[in-house]
Design a protein around this ligand. Structure first.
Ligand code: FAD
Length: 292
């Protein structure tokens, strides 16, 4: 099933993101965690892809298992920036052969050794290059791409970022998923601006439940997300008590999701980080709202 057909339904839904193992040794435990999440019957599940090799090998195995064994629509991530045309075309052929209909087209982070180099000879410079490649390989793919309510860290300003986003969408994206954010007003503001800029595809908000103190530093470093005072207070009070922090982080994410539903969003994507207990608790908190 295509993601676009799921997220445009009026029924409220949750979807979850998982990531593949880095090594073969971790495969069985990651697979088991993703299967536990699949048993919650989310609307769909996405499987991330390590830029430049890394954890890319197992993305397809995990996605295919979720689709074939659990009937969960799978969204396969694919990055392009440090790959050759040959590798990307091979991956696309494998995705097609596995019967995966949904692909998240990403540039990926530029590896440290490539930063500042002349990009003119690169096979892929931006995610838009991959969107075009995927569209050409299979006009039937449902293609998603990333967007940034707080602008991408490499962008000069939001106007420029949204301008490039519009080009990426026009190249053939069916929907967008956002970077994590901790203040819903940032999303509402962003939606207003992209609609004004003529971007009309559905936007799926991505919510990251912060359940331990270390994760905060890591997440902020990676995403550059703004931490509202309300969240900082919660961290100050509960950050040194792991169980309390987990409960508070789940409650905060739940609150964000309820507010998004109340403001017209129908599907929210949860960065569940291979943690079935967290996915289950969030879903349980929303059981009556979701009718589950
Ligand atoms: P792009 O859309 O190419 O944008 C990157 C930057 O280039 C932006 O600043 C943009 O404004 C600018 N830009 C775009 N086009 C042009 C142009 N023509 N000329 C000049 N500038 C331009 N990473 C992974 O490695 N694996 C994953 O599975 C993964 N999943 C993700 C899922 C989501 C929902 C999100 C939000 C991010 C994900 N990432 C993942 C991280 C992502 O790869 C990085 O954020 C990366 O730095 C940018 O990727 P992009 O696809 O948004 O790039």
């Amino acid at each position: 099933m295509k993601i676009i057909d799921i997220i445009t339904k009026e029924k409220l839904s949750l979807s979850f993101e998982v990531f593949p193992p880095k090594t073969e040794t971790g495969f069985e435990s990651v697979k088991a965690a993703t299967e536990e999440i699949a048993r919650l019957r989310p609307a769909f599940m996405s499987v991330t892809y390590g830029a430049g090799g890394g954890t890319s090998r197992y993305t397809l195995d995990i996605a295919k298992n979720l689709k074939d064994a659990y009937g969960i629509p799978a969204l396969e991530h694919l990055t392009c920036v440090s790959s050759t045309k040959e590798t990307v075309r091979q991956r696309i052929a494998e995705i097609k052969e596995a019967g995966i209909e949904n692909v998240m087209a990403l540039r990926g982070d530029i590896p440290a050794e490539m930063r500042g180099s002349d990009r003119s000879g690169w096979d892929y410079r931006y995610a838009i290059d991959l969107v075009c490649e995927l569209r050409e390989a299979n006009p039937d793919f449902c293609i998603g791409a990333a967007c940034y309510p707080e602008i991408h860290p490499e962008s000069r300003d939001q106007k420029e970022d949204i301008g490039y986003l519009r080009e990426k969408v026009d190249a053939g994206c069916d929907f967008l998923t956002t970077q994590m954010f901790f203040d819903n007003n940032l999303l509402y503001n962003f939606l207003y601006k992209i609609r004004e800029a003529g971007i009309t595809v559905p936007v799926v908000p991505g919510i990251m439940p912060i359940t331990n103190a270390n994760q905060v530093t890591r997440s902020i470093e990676l995403s550059g997300s703004f931490m509202p005072q309300r969240f900082k207070s919660l961290m100050d009070k509960f950050g040194s008590d792991p169980a309390a922090m987990k409960q508070a982080g789940i409650a905060y994410a739940t609150d964000q999701i309820i507010d998004l539903y109340a403001n017209g969003i129908t599907n929210v994507h949860v960065y569940s980080m291979n943690k079935p207990d967290i996915a289950a608790k969030i879903q349980a908190n929303l059981s009556d709202i979701l009718g589950k």
